[in-house]
Design a protein around this ligand. Structure first.
Ligand code: NDP
Length: 279
């Protein structure tokens, strides 16, 4: 894991970048287009969007413009999207996927995720993702916000095991049980809200570690993700912070640093609880 293009190999052999740009709350149009283009021009290769973020068109436009302007090819990039809760079910997911692809303007998606484990629906949704995968429309399929019990339940009927589980993960929510389970199952864990949406940046333990390495708190947290084997996708629309977040391949946290950061866990979420959400 020596540079921004470094990849993890998913259970089906597909290579996914360890690091990417999240675009939740990046506004459709100029803001998201600019952020994605800045990221790609600065070496990012992975972009994480979702139908629910209402910015897939902007992501698609930025991807096409960046490809033209940089000479990169489509295969160099890794684009993720997710099916929203109201579209879950077999036929409705297939239709939602087509909508996503037409907004993105892409032939094939790199990763498609079930956004939340909607009770009574996610197995049918998964069946649709399996079809999309078998048809070659998407290179890898996965889930998001699945707890161990959701995964166990899904695995009872799944023909294909999810390759990725994208969950809230940061030093206040270290998800040890889920991380261990996913590792045993060969499911790559991916962190959303890795920076706890900015709420951890004034933490004194993290600041001390950051000072010692001459890095920012954000950089320390993102490096901690990677050293834990967790894919990370911090969101920023600021050019300076997009660059800062990715500048984490030139230092290493010690095992003592890692333990101190692990010790900040409080099982505390900034987002919704996958066992208790109503959307
Ligand atoms: P993050 O933890 O990535 O934090 C983003 C916030 O931190 C923004 O306000 C950003 O502001 C700020 N920020 C970013 N970098 C820095 C920095 N270096 N210093 C100071 N502030 C900084 O939160 P997100 O919730 O956006 O999570 C990341 C991504 O994960 C999302 O964008 C989305 O792609 C995905 N996600 C998935 C979910 C799911 O259910 N599957 C749920 C939530 C997120 P600014 O833009 O001004 O820099």
């Amino acid at each position: 894991m020596t540079n921004l293009q470094a990849t993890t190999t998913l259970s089906n052999g597909v290579k996914m970048p360890w690091f990417g740009l999240g675009v939740y709350k990046a506004t459709e149009g100029a803001e998201v287009i600019q952020a994605v283009k800045i990221a790609i021009k600065n070496g990012y290769r992975s972009i994480d969007t979702a139908a629910a973020y209402n910015n897939e068109e902007g992501v698609g436009q930025a991807v096409h413009e960046a490809l033209e302007e940089t000479g990169l090819s489509r295969d160099d990039l890794y684009i993720t999207s997710k099916v929203w809760n109201s579209e879950q079910g077999y036929e409705s997911t297939l239709a939602a996927f087509e909508k996503t692809m037409s907004k993105l303007g892409l032939e094939q998606l790199d990763l498609y995720l079930v956004h939340w484990p909607v009770k009574g629906k996610y197995k049918e949704t998964w069946r649709a993702l399996e079809k999309l995968y078998n048809d070659g429309r998407v290179r890898a399929i996965g889930v998001s916000n699945f707890q161990v019990h959701h995964l166990n339940d899904l695995l009872q009927d799944a023909q294909i095991k999810p390759m990725v589980n994208q969950v809230e993960y940061h030093p206040r929510l270290t998800q040890i049980e889920l991380r261990t389970f996913c590792k045993e199952q060969g499911i790559q864990l991916e962190a959303w809200s890795p920076l706890m949406q900015g709420k951890l940046l004034d933490n004194s333990t993290l600041q001390e570690i950051a000072d010692k390495h001459g890095k920012s708190v954000a950089q320390v947290i993102l490096r901690w993700d990677l050293q834990n084997g967790v894919v990370t996708i911090p969101k920023s629309t600021s050019e300076q912070r997009i660059k800062e977040n990715a500048d984490i391949f030139n230092f290493e946290l010690t095992s003592d640093d890692m333990k101190q950061i692990d010790g900040l866990n409080e099982d505390r979420r900034v987002g919704s609880d996958p066992d208790n959400f109503n959307f």
